[in-house]
Design a protein around this ligand. Structure first.
Ligand code: FPP
Length: 248
């Protein structure tokens, strides 16, 4: 298996079209735990191990941006116990991994309404962002308290303010300008979106940004998502013919 993994890595490196930005919907933690008769939080804990693995491997491949759908606005509707367990896991993991992120030259950023998290959780995220801000390797973007539709509405509201203040001319509003009002204004659109555990939907993730993103859905549950699975997704992407509406 080890050899097979190396072989895939070599093939990825040989192909020239490495995705610059990969986004992942990390789904299936709950099902992974259920299959083992464990509480759901054990699935999330196992999911963190996969996060660490994929961050390391993405960095090694020289992927520039990795966006992980960590917590959606809709996830607040889960039982209170599960929500606080996920939040606590996020806090603990961020705290524990700051040094490791620095060792791997990873820069941490977030996307979403962070101001609605508790002060303690905001502070640890801010500390991790500050400490990693000069790192020049992988940019790890955690989508947290994120909703694609709310992001678009936030952009519209901000744009109306700027129109009212005379800072932008409504006639000049185009896709490029609109993109600059999104949370992701500093990121290129994802080239590849991976969703684990087989569900065939976007779940309110990066709705504007994924209009021409290549989709890769695997049945593998997130805690089981291996380096091999990640390489397979990238190789599949490298075979695609991206036409962006044109013909070839
Ligand atoms: C989806 O599985 C997973 C989540 C909603 C939470 C993801 C969070 C983590 C992996 C932990 C924190 C992450 C970081 C970056 C430190 P699900 O619960 O929807 O699974 P199910 O569909 O099988 O129930």
């Amino acid at each position: 298996m080890e050899k097979e993994v190396e072989r895939l890595k070599k093939r990825i490196k040989k192909n020239k079209n490495l995705p610059q930005h990969i986004a992942i919907i990390m789904d299936g933690n709950g099902r992974w735990a259920k299959k083992r008769g464990l509480p759901r939080i054990s699935g999330h804990r196992a999911g963190v191990k996969t996060v660490k693995r994929i961050v390391r491997v993405a960095g090694e491949l020289d992927i520039k941006f990795l966006t992980l759908f960590t917590f959606s606005t809709e996830n607040w509707r889960r039982p209170k116990k599960e929500v606080s367990a996920i939040m606590e896991l996020l806090y603990e993991t961020t705290k524990k991994e700051i040094d490791e992120l620095c060792r791997n030259n990873v820069k941490l950023i977030t996307t979403g309404r962070i101001d609605e998290l508790s002060p303690r959780r905001r502070q640890i995220l801010q500390l991790a962002k500050d400490k990693t801000k000069d790192n020049t390797g992988l940019i790890l973007n955690l989508a947290l308290n994120y909703s694609g539709r709310i992001e678009i509405l936030d952009a519209v509201k901000k744009m109306i303010e700027d129109v009212d203040a005379g800072q932008i001319d409504p006639e000049k509003i185009d896709q490029k300008l609109f993109s600059r009002y999104l949370y992701t204004k500093d990121l290129p659109d994802p080239d590849l979106l991976i969703r684990t555990s087989g569900e065939l939907r976007l779940s309110n993730f990066l709705l504007w940004q994924t209009s021409y993103t290549e989709l890769y859905i695997t049945e593998v549950l997130w805690p089981d998502f291996s380096t091999f699975d990640f390489y397979q997704a990238i190789l599949d992407y490298q075979k695609r013919d991206r036409r962006f509406g044109r013909i070839r």
